[in-house]
Ligand binder design. Structure first.
Ligand code: OGA
Ligand code: NI
Length: 346
């Protein structure tokens, strides 16, 4: 039998035990008994963001970015049907026959669409319990023709979803700029030509979820990330020295700020560690939409946020330098990626 490259096809034939190349060292496992289950991340209701309540909502967003780096949004303007359709397309894509899925397989992160497994097959010895289909989506008309023609409504449904999420993100970036005391369009401009990448993550049921991760602890190398998980729990956020389970709330998105927001805000807002765990009986799907600066954008703390008490925490750098390091280092490494860009490091 030919070796299966994708987890979807490995998992289909593994009943009681996971293959040895998915077993993580004892010191690097989920430890389910230590997870905090009664906490929650802030929920921000965006209804009224364009009314007299704007400053109050902006304050809530700023507080969430500062204290958690994560928040849920409701009344976000993306119709529920669009969210469900996108999740359905992801689910159906991963159900396609292996030969149809494999047409998209690539281990080159520079490709504008690719299906792969784990995080980076080139650098990892122990794989994580995930396949992902990752593609660019802005401007939509430049990329939609590269997307899978199957399932038949993939391009239409996912295209609409991406347009809806983009409108939400533009509003959030304005709100976050204002919460930092910056001009409303500050972050939008700092991004240059926006990169919008979508990752459809597929986590098959796993016979031994205590030995592996869906995604190990990491921070996102983005400006901001919009996550839409299906109803199966799995996301955990690191808060006060503990992993805290994030419960899904119907019809909300999980928003988290990424490393580049930490840089831009000169450490006011923190890009927080998070991870996903898997479970024995239910497949988990999530759609992450990542917002990146353009590769040639120069990133650094906003000068308005630098003063004698708050010197620049990071050196200016091109986003491409940062992004290449992200892909080549692996996810769960000792020193965090941002440490390499501290202004004290030369
Ligand atoms: C990610 C991520 C979490 C999840 O893709 O960066 O953190 O719940 N995913 O799928
Ligand atoms: Ni993430």
């Amino acid at each position: 039998m030919a070796t299966k490259l994708l987890l979807t096809d490995v998992a289909a034939s593994c009943v009681k035990q996971i293959p040895s190349n998915y077993i993580r060292p004892i010191s690097d496992r989920p430890n389910f008994s230590e997870v905090e289950r009664s906490g929650s991340i802030p929920l921000v209701d965006l209804e009224g963001l364009h009314s007299h309540r704007r400053s109050e909502i902006i304050m809530q967003i700023g507080q969430a970015c500062q204290d958690y780096g994560f928040f849920l949004v409701r009344n976000h303007g993306v119709p529920e049907k669009m969210m469900n359709n996108a999740l359905l397309m992801a689910k159906e894509f991963f159900k396609l026959p292996e030969n149809e899925r494999m047409k998209y397989y690539s281990d080159d992160h520079r490709r504008s669409i690719r299906l792969s497994t784990t995080f980076n097959v080139k650098t990892e010895k122990v794989y994580i319990w995930r396949d992902f289909l990752r593609f660019h989506s802005n401007p939509l008309e430049d990329y939609v023709h590269e997307w899978p023609p199957n399932p038949p409504s993939f391009r239409k449904d996912v295209g609409e979803y991406c347009t809806g999420v983009r409108a939400l993100v533009l509003r959030l970036l304005e709100a976050i700029s204002e919460s930092l005391g910056l001009e409303k369009d500050y972050i939008n401009k700092a991004l240059g030509k926006h990169g919008q990448h979508v990752s459809m993550n597929y986590y098959p049921p796993c016979p031994q979820p205590e030995l592996t991760f869906g995604v190990p602890g990491h921070t996102d190398p983005t400006m901001i990330t919009v996550l839409l998980p299906n109803e199966v729990p799995g996301l955990q956020v690191f808060k006060n020295g503990k992993w805290m389970a994030v419960n899904s709330v119907p019809n909300t998105f999980v928003i988290n700020i990424g490393d580049q927001m930490q840089v831009l805000s000169n450490d006011r807002y923190k890009s927080v560690l998070h991870r996903a765990v898997v479970n024995c009986d239910k497949e988990r799907i999530s759609i992450a939409t990542f917002y990146y600066p353009s590769l040639d954008a120069t990133m650094g703390p906003a000068k308005e946020l630098i003063d004698d008490d708050n010197p620049a925490a990071y050196r200016n750098h091109s986003f491409s330098e940062f992004y290449e390091k992200f892909w080549n280092r692996g996810l769960a490494t000792e020193c965090c990626l941002l440490d390499l860009f501290k202004s004290s490091v030369v």
